[in-house]
Design a protein around this ligand. Sequence first.
Ligand code: TYD
Length: 133
Amino acid sequence: MNVKIIDLPKHEDPRGNLSFIEEENHIPFKIERIYWIYDVPGGQIRGGHAFKEQNEFIVALSGSFDVIVDDGKEKRTYSLNRSYYGLYIPNGLWRSMENFSTNSVALVLSSTDYNESDYIRNYEDFLISKDER
Ligand code: TYD
């Protein structure tokens, strides 16, 4: 599974810390879209789906949550809880996000524009798509 945690630059400063992301430098794709998930009520699960083409990079800008990534054979859980690293998830993997802490913010950098036809929202269809590869 080509999923990986990527450490970002961190400029520590008594005035407050600063981190940043450059496309095709810190993350291995060009950024077409940025979205964020926030005000998640306790116990809710987001993002149970796979993408056919979209690569993404997820950062916990504030608070914490877990990202569960599944290649159809194996599941891995990544706890994101700092804003100076993130999780790179290439296309073709089922992923969901859960255990959001109060006031957490999930920043998602995406390699594609929003396109509903890029989603696989049914887990059985996802498993079939893995078998066809
Ligand atoms: P969705 O990706 O299904 O959310 P999650 O992965 O957290 O379950 O998106 C929820 C809704 O928002 C869906 O109706 C599509 C819409 N949406 C956009 O219009 N543009 C976007 O960039 C995203 C990510 C979602």
